[in-house]
Design a protein around this ligand. Structure first.
Ligand code: CO
Length: 152
């Protein structure tokens, strides 16, 4: 396991559309394990593959002390609205207010290629949407209002 460098805004890798994961192998497991170490060290909530320079459709979230891994995720439904501040490990020191769905249902695969469906609401739903956007080259600052210095 290893800590990876978190790529910062301005690097074009953060603006690319990621490719579907096809091999649920040891190499993928190593990437996911490294992402977890990197996220824990950075004290973040979520981390997507392009943030460590890999154009793969995968992200991880740590929510309420539990690790969630999403491979080839698809948000299949969304409802309601919420508005709150967001930050991103690739946009250091800033935050901004973003409108997101209150609830989402996401389908994805786990690290072994098994599909699952997950319902998330509130902060967890916000995080799923934020990380999923990374896979399409979208950053929260593209959607935020009142982006400002926040000291994270
Ligand atoms: Co982010």
């Amino acid at each position: 396991m290893a800590i990876r460098n978190i790529i910062q805004v301005g690097d074009s890798v953060l603006r690319k559309k990621c490719f579907e994961v096809e091999a649920f192998d040891e190499k993928l497991h190593k990437i996911l394990d490294d992402m977890k170490d990197t996220l824990v060290k950075a004290e973040g909530m979520g981390l997507a593959c392009p943030q460590i320079g890999l154009l793969k459709r995968a992200f991880i979230i740590i929510y309420k002390d539990r690790l969630y891994e999403f491979i080839n995720p698809v948000i299949v439904s969304a409802s309601g609205k919420q508005k709150d501040d967001e930050a991103c490990l690739s946009v250091k020191g800033k935050c901004g207010e973003v409108e997101r769905p209150q609830k989402v249902t996401v389908t994805a695969f786990d690290r072994n290629g098994k599909s699952f469906t997950l319902k998330a609401s509130g902060l967890f739903a916000r995080c799923v949407c934020h990380e999923n956007d990374h896979l399409d080259g979208i950053l929260y600052i593209d959607k935020a209002v009142n982006v400002r210095e926040c000291g994270n």
